[in-house]
Structure formats: structure tokens, C-alpha cells
Design a protein around this ligand. Structure first.
Ligand code: C2E
Ligand code: CA
Ligand code: CA
Ligand code: CA
Length: 273
């Protein structure tokens, strides 16, 4: 039994080592890949209850020459830990800004949302960089929506709110991503200069069959309405979910049912055509 235990420990250690190694090489590959233009911006459409496209969320994609497509759920945490997320995330904002400028010039403007990681948001000079990117592209600030998560509020709340207010003063709008999965209290929410809440797909998934998820979605909608916030439901995959959310008067729907993420450039061109 003792030997068996030892073997298990050895097995566990080597599994951990492989994990650490994979992380390290992934970090190396990220650096090279970012310099080597292996990353691209995809966009997933957002629609209103009538099915009209009212916006899009930008999502990062990585096509590695050997690994193939690497999921953001795998590489974003590594990019965050290494600090590379700051440059990568800023690059995504740049992509959004140039797309916004093109859309406006072609008379097909809709707001675009970009995910902003905590580390990127807190980085010195973030506000100035956003201002510069908006200025250089000519994008309208009020069509740039920054998605942040509730975890941003867990620490340095005063600084966080102050920085958000600086960005809001530029015209930029804020959305709370994955709403309901973090720790934010309703009191915090009231103090933040927010435009929108995004209901996490884990709550949307089992509606309308699951009574507690259905209640959670309805509660989030009621809270948002009282605070004057727009609500986006993410992860809408089937008609029954879309029908339920429409009946609840959810403002915006996003998910495979309406469209998968696709290359941003092609999506912009189609809107302009
Ligand atoms: P998220 O911000 O919550 O984005 C929504 C995720 O759900 C995306 O996964 C999207 O492709 C996926 N999705 C959309 N519709 C459906 C659906 O109907 N069903 C299901 N099951 N999933 C759906 P993706 O693209 O793999 O991104 C995963 C996460 O990686 C994102 O979650 C976000 O937290 C992060 N991420 C992606 N791009 C960026 C970025 O540019 N910057 C930062 N900081 N994070 C990013
Ligand atoms: Ca998001
Ligand atoms: Ca989510
Ligand atoms: Ca997220």
C-alpha cells in the first residue's frame, strides 16, 4: 500500500511537471505568436429581440502553426500571468477602434464590445492609451464598450471606480461580464458607472426548463432595470432560450443560435456591402 501511495505521488508530480512545462512553452509561444501575427480578432454578433444586429463582441483567436487553434480559455490565463495580456488586450481595443471607424464611414455603425482583463485595466497609462487609440482611429468613443468582470471590484475599489469614471468621461461605456458568477454586491454595482450587465451563459444554458436558473435570470433583469442598465444574455444556443429571454424583455441576445464568432474583417466588410 505504501508503494502504491508513492507511485501515485510520483505520477502526480510528473503530471504537474508536464502542466508547468506546457504553461512555460505556451508562454514562449504566446510571445513569438503575438510578434508573428498569429492572433486575430473575431466578432460574435449581438441581436435585439427582433433579431436585428445591434452590436458585436470581439474575441481573441490564436492559430498556432503546430498546436492549431488554441482556446482563449487556455491562453488568456497564461497571457494574464505573464503580463502579455496588456499588449494583446490593447491590440484588441485597436482592432475594435479601426472597425468602428470603418463601420461609421460606411453608415453601418454598431457598438463593439472588447474584453478587458484586470491587469490591462490597472496598467499605468491605460486611460491615455485608450484615448490615443480612439483619437488615432477616429472611432466614436460612445460605441466602444469595455467588458470587465466583477473581480475588478474585489480590490482597490476606489481606484477602480475613479479610473472607470475617467474612461466614461471620454465617452467609453462599461459592461460587467459574466455577471452573477463573481462576488459583486449590489451596493458596489450602484456606485460603478455602468452601462450594461452580461448574464453569464451558465445561467442561460438551462433556461427555461430549470426553475432556479430561470429565477436568477429574471432577478438579474429586474435588478438591471431598477439600476437603468442594459442587459445582454450570452450563450443563447436554442430557440427556447431566445423565446424565454424575449418574453422577459432582455435587451440584447448573443450566442450560437444567432451567430458564431467569425473573423472581424469579413464581418465588417459584409456590413458595409
Ligand atoms: P467571455 O467573455 O464570457 O466570452 C463568451 C464565450 O462564450 C466565448 O468563448 C464565446 O465564443 C462563447 N460562446 C458564444 N456563444 C456561445 C454559445 O451559444 N454557447 C457556448 N457554449 N459558448 C458560446 P471564447 O471565445 O472561447 O472565449 C473565452 C473567454 O476568453 C471569454 O469569455 C473571455 O473571458 C476570454 N477572452 C476572449 N477574448 C479575449 C480578449 O480579447 N481579452 C481578454 N481579456 N479576454 C478574452
Ligand atoms: Ca465577454
Ligand atoms: Ca461568460
Ligand atoms: Ca469572461
Amino acid at each position: 500500500a505504501k508503494d502504491l501511495g508513492r507511485n501515485r505521488i510520483c505520477f502526480f508530480e510528473s503530471a504537474m511537471q508536464t502542466d508547468v512545462q506546457r504553461r512555460l512553452t505556451l508562454e514562449q509561444d504566446l510571445k513569438v505568436g503575438f510578434a508573428d501575427a498569429q492572433f486575430s480578432a473575431f466578432v460574435q454578433p449581438q441581436v435585439d429581440c427582433g433579431g436585428v444586429v445591434v452590436g458585436g463582441e470581439l474575441l481573441m483567436r490564436w492559430q498556432h502553426p503546430q498546436r492549431g487553434a488554441v482556446s482563449p480559455t487556455e491562453f488568456i490565463p497564461v497571457a494574464e500571468a505573464s503580463g502579455l495580456i496588456v499588449r494583446m488586450g490593447d491590440w484588441m481595443i485597436e482592432q475594435a477602434c479601426s472597425a468602428l471607424a470603418r463601420l461609421e464611414a460606411g453608415g453601418a455603425l454598431v457598438p463593439l464590445s472588447v474584453n478587458v482583463s484586470q491587469r490591462q485595466f490597472r496598467q499605468e497609462g491605460f486611460v491615455t492609451r485608450v484615448q490615443t487609440m480612439l483619437g488615432q482611429s477616429g472611432a466614436r468613443a460612445d460605441h466602444l464598450i469595455l467588458e470587465v468582470t466583477e473581480s475588478l471590484l474585489a480590490e482597490q475599489m476606489e481606484e477602480t471606480i475613479a479610473r472607470m469614471c475617467e474612461l466614461v468621461a471620454l465617452g467609453v461605456r462599461f459592461s460587467i461580464d459574466d455577471f452573477g458568477t463573481g462576488y459583486s454586491s449590489l451596493a458596489y454595482l450602484k456606485r460603478m458607472p455602468l452601462f450594461e450587465l452580461k448574464i453569464d451563459k451558465s445561467f442561460v444554458q438551462d433556461t427555461p426548463a430549470d426553475p432556479s436558473d430561470t429565477a436568477i435570470v429574471q432577478t438579474i433583469l429586474a435588478v438591471a432595470r431598477n439600476l437603468g442598465l442594459r442587459v445582454v444574455a450570452e450563450g443563447v444556443e436554442i430557440k427556447a432560450q431566445a423565446d424565454f429571454l424575449t418574453a422577459c424583455q432582455c435587451d440584447v441576445l448573443q450566442g450560437y443560435f444567432f451567430g458564431r464568432p467569425e473573423p472581424l474583417a469579413g464581418w465588417v466588410e459584409r456590413r458595409l456591402a
